[in-house]
Design a protein around this ligand. Structure first.
Ligand code: ARG
Length: 470
């Protein structure tokens, strides 16, 4: 069925028909389309456009269709151009010409924008729920090894000691910002376009505020041209998804590295690795590699839709039909990736002895310089002295922590007997006691903040997970 044709004399070329159709993917909007139509039928009745009995008949029939959608027995015909056509055809088959009154004052342009917004309003929070699950896994892992030392890296070179808890909470907070963005996406989507007609508004006295309230929108669009043109909410969804994907990708890359034989800081549970068809010894981090790789397609969806939108003229253009597949695919991609990562983090085994033994004495270089600075040496000069001490240790062929007091003295008389005692990871960590740092107290405070953050989103306090140590 098609919803137009009065002025056409020829059938559409079958190639165009196929090309034009969006049913294969917008079938996912069936529930939203039915809800939107039910609300529209009620609005028309309240406006006196539709007799109450007809509005009721339409609503009852739509409720049956909704039940079919919920039970998975909803069947569109291949000849339906899109989901709006499919629902209207079913309605027409079951109710006769009365069904044709539902489209009074409405266009597929405001209808599709409404459906799509409803879908995003429901699915952005679902994705946020998956992110919260992953955050909980990170917090549990952080609590279990809050003060377990490990090397911290910049430029992928050892920099200063940090702790596992510190590392895990880093990802907790990055994901927390993703949740915030998904909340915002929901708010952006929650502006009702219905009642905008094709582009110029509707000529029937429908109460748009009441419609918005019934459908769960926060407000109504102030301009009908803008209402049918606007896909900012979809772009924002894709941006939130792309950035979330980038966070997951960076996380995956770190875990791939940390789980290598060379690093050996963590061990992936076997259930989260896969084997090789040729090399019997392999346990590959495929799920992490996929999580890293999928960032590419998520970024692609964002740039794709932005590019589709950039040259569009007024109001609805068929180009806009290209908005749905990227959004659905971004959702599916993330809804699949996040639970895998949640399981993987929850089953990760730490190897604290490997993390500790990997710490090179040079990661204490800043502590040595700080020590001199605390005694009044300008930091720049202290930096220089420590650099010279490193050179000296290299020339002696010993580790920086193996230098004897006289070796230190040869670099500068400011270096006293106490130098050997500065190579203490607990001391180094605890010195960074300002908020956000690595001291035990700062980490406790941070973990408490993370607990509070989760609680404010309805997630109760976490117990450390029992993930063992390899
Ligand atoms: N299937 C179309 C879409 O997804 C629905 C809107 C059609 N509107 C129109 N004027 N052709 O964008």
């Amino acid at each position: 069925m098609r919803l137009w044709g009065g002025r056409t004399t020829k059938p559409t070329d079958p190639r165009v028909e196929r090309y034009n159709a969006s049913l294969s993917f917008d079938l996912r909007l069936a529930g939203e389309d039915v809800r939107g139509s039910q609300a529209w039928a009620r609005a028309l009745a309240r406006a006196g456009v539709l007799p109450a009995s007809e509005a009721e008949a339409i609503q009852r029939c739509l409720a049956d269709i909704q039940a079919e959608v919920d039970q998975g027995t909803f069947h569109a015909a291949p000849s339906d151009e899109d989901i709006h056509t499919a629902v209207e055809r079913l309605l027409t088959e079951r109710l006769g010409p009365v069904a044709g009154k539902l489209h009074t004052g409405r266009s597929r342009n405001d209808q599709v924008a409404t459906d799509f917004r409803l879908w995003i309003m429901a699915h952005a929070p679902r994705l946020a729920g998956c992110v919260l699950d992953l955050q909980e896994a990170f917090l549990r892992s952080a609590l279990a090894d809050l003060c377990t030392p490990m090397p911290g890296y910049t430029h992928l070179r050892q920099a200063q000691p940090v702790t596992w808890g510190h590392w895990a909470l880093w990802h907790f907070w990055a994901l927390g910002r993703d949740v915030g963005r998904l909340d915002q996406v929901r708010r952006s989507a929650a502006i009702l376009p219905l009642g905008s007609g094709a582009l110029a508004g509707t000529a029937f006295p429908v109460d748009r505020m009441a419609l918005a309230g019934e459908l769960g929108f926060d407000g109504v669009s102030p301009n009908s041209l803008d209402a049918v043109s606007d896909r900012d909410f979809a772009v924002e969804f894709l941006f939130a998804g792309a950035l979330l994907g980038v966070h997951l990708s960076r996380l995956a890359e770190q875990l791939i590295l940390y789980s290598t034989a060379e690093f050996g800081f963590v061990e992936l549970d076997e259930a989260f690795t896969t084997g090789s068809s040729l090399m019997p010894h392999k346990r590959n981090p495929d799920p992490l590699e996929l999580a890293r790789g999928k960032a590419g397609r998520l970024i692609g969806h964002l740039t794709g839709l932005l590019t589709t939108l950039k040259g569009l003229p007024s109001a609805y253009d068929k180009d806009l039909q290209e908005d749905k597949e990227p959004v659905f695919d971004a959702y599916d991609t993330l809804a699949e990736t996040l639970p895998v990562l949640t399981g993987l983090i929850g089953s990760l085994r730490l190897r604290p002895e490997r993390m500790r033994s990997a710490l090179s004495p040079e990661t204490f270089a800043v502590d040595l310089a700080d020590h001199l600075a605390a005694r009044g040496v300008p930091f720049r000069q202290a930096h220089e002295f420590v650099g010279q001490a490193i050179l000296k240790a290299e020339s002696l062929g010993v580790g920086l922590d193996q230098m004897r007091p006289e070796d230190w003295q040869a670099v500068s008389p400011l270096f006293g007997e106490e130098m050997a005692g500065l190579f203490d990871v607990g001391r180094a960590l605890d010195r960074r006691a300002a908020g956000g740092g690595t001291s035990a107290a700062a980490l406790q405070a941070q973990a408490g903040e993370a607990q509070g953050w989760l609680a404010s989103r309805g997630r109760p306090a976490q117990e450390p997970n029992g993930a063992g140590r390899g």
